[in-house]
Write a new protein. Sequence first.
Length: 185
Amino acid sequence: FRSTMVSRAILAPMLLGLMLVQAQVKSPGLITGDRNIEDFLRHRPCLCSCNVMKNKRFYITMRDAADWYTAVSYCNSIGMEIAEVWSLSELTMLKETIQEENDGGADVFYWIGANDLGKNGTYRWGLTGRPVEEEVKQWDEGEPNNAQIGKEIEHCVAVESTSQKWNDFSCLEAKKFVCQRFPDD
């Protein structure tokens, strides 16, 4: 009986502490539980650049950096997808969105959906599996180079905010990212 009371006396403050830490970790800008894209935009409109396009409603540039996999998951969690560029007009909209978001600040890279995780050197869009068309590729000089950093090889594509050039990086690096959403039909 005494052992149980001691255990409860230790366990209760630990649980309370854990609940407080979790409450502090949750940010009002993150999507949790039942929150969706409409809630997100209503509460945090300053975090996005929204551009209407023919086939896609808008791109949203998220301010929180994440690895590529988390970026894909996060976009999906708010009812969107990681950005894919299928045409020159979409490429222009992506560039404009990144320029609006960065607004002359320091050079920043933004994850998009392109990667060569399936076959090294063959870049496809992560959501659809469609090949990245030559007309939209914007590789920086010497890229993609599939550099190896430790055990990690560069497979995921990010766009640099100032030059708008593409570079391949380790998918585990933290970067800002761009989501897209198709209009509801």
